[in-house]
Write a protein that binds this ligand. Structure first.
Ligand code: ZN
Length: 136
């Protein structure tokens, strides 16, 4: 690992989630949608739990959302992340709830319903991962 290599671990890219990581590398947030019924599913699933269709396609999201819940992990230590890491559940404008990191926000300033927007952080292996920051 070089000195400039990001500390964040690389994602586990597989056949089902490759679209998600390819979109993130381009600075876009994509979520899997069921073509027949339009339901959005995250994490990606091979079959729609609503209508049982297997005809799925990635759809680009706005990147805007609101904070539903959040924690600051304290144990075990996570040396691959910066101090003050916040893990949050964010409700996307389009509906799906995603687990993510909330950056650039003092922990005490976070509140339910807080407006946030997606950004992308580099990981090891040259990937990017969607994270969220307060919306301006
Ligand atoms: Zn469906």
């Amino acid at each position: 690992m070089s000195e400039s290599e990001p500390k964040r671990p690389a994602p586990n890219v597989d056949r089902d989630n490759a679209f998600y990581w390819e979109a993130a590398a381009k600075g876009e947030l994509h979520i899997l949608a069921c073509r027949p019924c339009g339901a959005l599913h995250h994490p990606p699933v091979p079959m729609c739990p609503d209508c049982l269709a297997t005809d799925m396609e990635p759809r680009r999201m706005s990147g805007r959302g609101t904070v539903y819940s959040w924690i600051k992990p304290v144990y075990p230590p996570l040396p691959m992340f910066d101090e003050g890491l916040v893990v949050a559940l964010v409700d996307l404008e389009e509906g799906p709830r995603v687990i993510t990191n909330l950056l650039d926000t003092p922990f005490d300033a976070i509140h339910q319903g807080m407006a946030v927007e997606v950004d992308f952080e580099p990981t090891q292996g040259g990937h990017k991962i969607p994270v969220f920051r307060p919306r301006a």
